[in-house]
Ligand binder design. Structure first.
Ligand code: LER
Ligand code: MN
Length: 269
């Protein structure tokens, strides 16, 4: 397994779920603290020119674990289930840029978290049709670039659609594309799933990437999640991908990033 940390540029909203901000500084610190990679939480695909980014990664021996898209929802209010055609076209444009970047950086993964959008008072089938159409459009483009789209079940207090991993798998079956799968986040699983370890084992086929935070969304080890159970389940299913820390920057970004490595390295990863 490889250990990553979620980062964003300086202009990310204060509410963005990342550990450190400032791409250049965070890539340097990620290496210094002992991470293998960074997950880039981006609003736009070109927040840093690709060449500059690739040089910076190489210089610091850091890989990109995935491109994440939460800020496309939080800052730009774009979503898969938006009935507005123009907004959906804007989303396709940004996601094609994310897919290009995922191919260029070699991570080959683009996350779909809260950007899937909500259902609200609409008929669920109507919203779901919009989601599935968008997923197919993006999978068509991603397939040509060797990129996989990873759906993240997110807890009910943040979004009203696809909260548990079982719901994620149900939707993955409906989309039914080889490059459309899932990325569980143990913070959301702790709220929505019956049992974290059992749900990971049950849905093993679709565990392509993992987000880590503790029960209070602080650094792993600072709350009461059973990480022995989580990593024992990941071991049982032969998971060998990225585990990326996506916790709140508490008490401050650098301390959170360091505490997460201190807890996870050697014990689990
Ligand atoms: C949001 O809570 C989250 O976990 C992100 O990774 C997805 O937007
Ligand atoms: Mn997450």
């Amino acid at each position: 397994m490889k250990l990553g940390v979620a980062i964003a540029s300086d202009n990310a909203l204060p509410s963005a779920f990342v550990v450190m901000r400032g791409l250049e500084k965070s890539i340097k610190l990620a290496h210094e603290f002992g991470y293998d990679g960074v997950e880039l939480a981006l609003k736009e695909p070109d927040e840093m020119p690709a060449k500059e980014l690739l040089d910076l990664l190489k210089k610091n021996s850091i890989e990109v674990s995935a491109i994440s898209s939460g800020q496309v929802f939080a800052a730009r209010k774009l979503m898969f289930t938006d009935p507005d055609k123009e907004k959906r076209a804007e989303l396709v444009k940004s996601f094609c840029g994310f897919i290009d970047l995922a191919a260029e950086t070699g991570c080959g993964l683009v996350n779909i978290g809260r950007v899937r959008g909500s259902i609200g008072t609409r008929d669920k089938n109507e919203a779901e049709k919009l989601f599935i159409d968008m997923a197919n459009t993006l999978c068509d483009y991603a397939e040509k670039k060797g990129v996989t789209m990873i759906l993240e079940p997110v807890n009910r207090y943040e979004i009203d659609y696809i909260n548990s991993t079982d719901e994620g798998v149900e939707l993955i079956h409906k989309v039914n594309r080889p490059n459309f799968t899932m990325m569980p986040d143990v913070f959301h699983m702790n709220i929505e799933d019956d049992h974290i370890g059992e749900a990971l084992i049950r849905n093993r086929e679709y565990v392509r990437y993992v987000h880590l935070a503790d029960s209070n969304r602080h650094a792993p080890g600072d709350g009461h999640l059973d990480f022995d159970d989580i990593f024992s389940a990941l071991g049982k299913i032969g998971y060998d991908g990225w585990c990326t820390v996506e916790c709140l920057p508490f008490p401050d970004p650098e301390t959170a990033a360091k505490r997460a490595v201190a807890f996870l390295r050697h014990r689990y990863i």
